[in-house]
Ligand binder design. Structure first.
Ligand SMILES: Nc1ncnc2c1ncn2[C@@H]1O[C@H](COP(=O)(O)OP(=O)(O)OP(=O)(O)O)[C@@H](O)[C@H]1O
Ligand SMILES: [Zn+2]
Length: 569
């Protein structure tokens, strides 16, 4: 049995995430995890909240809570939303955990012992008005490379180049807007990534199957000359630096966050130490490790985190496949947590059940390029795919069995050429679907699922059982028996995408609960003649253009920001 370790980029702690975060990392990871479980692989799907750094501190201050209490509450809030979205994490941990403290300090010590840590004095912005050192992203100004006026001290939003705050032209505090900044010296520790470049190049050369988006971002970092990375910060909240003279400093959030993938696995193992061993996943040869994330996270996963792991000189599992995606945009603009622009996940779930969102975001995944979410497209696609294609198939088929056969799957009648052709076509679609899942092409996989739904509808329409019911009862019985099983296959392939609806349908066919196994050769014979089926209630309600208009007015025009301190996390 193959072993797949799957991680989703860690959602930042400050507030509920938006549809972009779901589309960029959480959902593709979940769909892949579900697919791998369906084909019988052993899967460990890990995620956690990313809790350190200044945005969390500012969020806590804004909420009038102690930072620990704030993170605790926000973690529970996010965990509940992900449960409602049916994200099937094996564990949803926290980067502030005891395990991550210990492990991050462990990595630091190993890196230091191996000569990959260097002490330097940094000159950092101190804001008099804010009474604190300003972390990189809390200094904003003009980008020296592209002239963008919304560059942050760590990265330019427009040209994506990484920056140092002192590179910025006309710097100001992102917290108060103050330009009363003073540069003060402070001692910091650097991870000597430059000493690991050759090793990193060799490591990247051994990775196969990376997307061009990911490879090009990683190459850009290497070709522009990899820099040593400052891994400490002048903050209170975070993982303390275990080194004399560094009291009052903590590790940079991007140093400890990826380590939390491992630490969250340790949390998972500690919940049931008799049966779970985190080393089987992180220090094993037979694991395939896949990471899912948005494109801004690629450098940290393709370069920085591998440097930490390689530099430790310990046998850690490094990533095999990085599935990075482009941006989901919202009605022609950016999603933004800080500006409260877009649809947030709690609001989405209050509007419609998870499966509507899951389906649209997966079938329109921002893979080849950015994708714009609009309520018009959402309504159109959801109606076409979910209501008119899948919902209609399930309803017309099962209602027919109920009305003509009292809900009992009919037994007589031999398959004919139509069924043989159907099996052949189905097998081809299933092959394509499995291939697209395996390469993580979500849009194409959704297209294959849609094609299977259409195939089923086409079969039912062409065989017209309502006509053969009188003219050729045996033909009608074969058609109905086959169509009921086709509904089962349609729900099975839909399961990674729309698990809740798929499970409702499978239950109404009397098929076993739990993970529906990948369709095998007997997939059109699983629901046996003589078994009783139920017609499920309406699976998807149809959305109207008025509804789209209403939502566009509600979300598109919103500008108020409940949390305005600083740029997006
Ligand atoms: N609009 C988007 N489209 C696709 N992926 C996104 C989008 N916004 C964020 N992501 C991804 O979501 C994951 C979690 O991100 P995180 O919680 O750090 O939020 P973020 O990137 O700070 O978003 P925001 O700035 O809107 O708060 C990351 O992998 C990130 O790349
Ligand atoms: Zn720029």
């Amino acid at each position: 049995m193959a072993k797949a370790l799957i991680t989703s980029a860690l959602p930042y702690i400050n507030g509920v995430k938006h549809l972009g975060n779901l589309a960029g990392s959480l959902l593709p990871a979940d769909i892949h995890a579900r697919f791998r479980r369906q084909i019988g692989d052993e899967v460990l799907f890990i995620c956690a909240t990313d809790e350190h750094g200044t945005p969390a501190e500012l969020g806590a201050a804004e909420a009038g809570l102690a930072i620990r209490e704030y993170c605790c509450r926000q973690h529970v809030l996010q965990a509940n939303i992900y449960r409602r979205l049916n994200l099937s994490f094996d564990h949803f941990g926290r980067s502030s955990s005891r395990q991550n403290h210990a492990l991050t300090q462990h990595f630091f010590r190993r890196l230091e012992e191996n000569g990959f840590i260097e002490e330097r004095v940094l000159h950092q912005f101190y804001s008099h008005e804010d009474g604190r050192f300003l972390p990189d992203r809390y200094v904003v100004g003009t980008c020296p490379h592209c002239g963008s006026q919304r560059a942050r001290g760590d990265q330019c939003e427009d040209c994506a180049r990484t920056l140092d705050p002192t590179d910025l032209i006309d710097p100001r505090s992102a917290i108060s807007g103050s330009t009363d900044l003073e540069i003060r010296p402070s001692r910091h520790l650097f991870l000597k990534q430059t000493a690991l470049v050759e090793e990193l190049e060799r490591w990247i050369a051994t990775r196969t199957g990376w997307l061009s988006l990911v490879t090009s971002i990683a190459r850009k970092w290497l070709d522009e000359g990899l820099q040593d990375r400052c891994i400490t910060r002048d903050l209170d909240w975070g993982i303390p630096v275990p080194k004399p003279g560094y009291e009052g400093k903590v590790f940079y959030v991007w140093f400890d966050a990826p380590i939390a993938y491992i630490a969250a696995t340790q949390e998972w193992a500690e919940l049931n130490p008799e049966t779970r061993d985190w080393r089987r996943w992180w220090q094993a040869e037979d694991v395939e490790y896949l990471q899912f994330l948005g494109k801004d996270n690629v450098p940290f996963h393709a370069v920085s985190f591998p440097c930490t792991l390689l530099g430790s000189r310990e046998p850690w599992k490094t990533v095999d496949i990085i599935k990075g995606v482009n941006w989901l945009t919202f009605e022609g603009g950016k999603f933004s947590t800080s500006e409260r622009r877009g649809v947030f996940l709690d609001e989405a779930l209050d509007l419609l059940p998870a499966d509507y969102w899951r389906w649209w975001l997966a079938s329109n995944a921002p893979e080849g390029s950015d994708t714009d979410f609009t309520f018009d497209r959402f309504v159109q696609d959801v109606n076409n795919d979910l209501s008119d294609t899948f919902g209609n198939l399930v309803n017309r088929t099962l209602a027919f069995v109920t009305s003509r056969f009292q809900g009992v799957v009919p037994g007589t009648g031999a398959p004919s050429e139509a069924e043989r052709q159907l099996e052949q076509d189905l097998a081809q679609h299933l092959d394509a679907l499995r291939r697209h899942h395996a390469t993580g092409s979500l849009r194409k996989a959704a297209e294959d699922v849609r094609a299977i739904w259409r195939l089923a509808n086409g079969y039912f329409a062409a065989q017209a059982p309502w006509a053969s019911f009188r003219t050729d009862p045996d033909r009608c019985r074969v058609t109905v028996r086959t169509a009921v099983n086709l509904v089962g296959v349609c729900a099975t392939v839909a399961w990674p995408f729309i698990p809740s609806t798929a499970e409702t349908v499978l239950a109404s066919l009397g098929l076993p609960q739990g993970i529906p196994a990948w369709p095998a050769a007997d997939s059109l014979r699983l629901v046996k003649a003589g078994s009783t089926i139920q017609t499920p209630p309406l699976l998807f309600r149809k959305l109207t253009q008025d509804w789209a208009e209403e939502q566009r007015n509600r979300f598109g025009r919103r500008t108020s920001a409940p949390w305005r301190a600083g740029p997006p996390s």
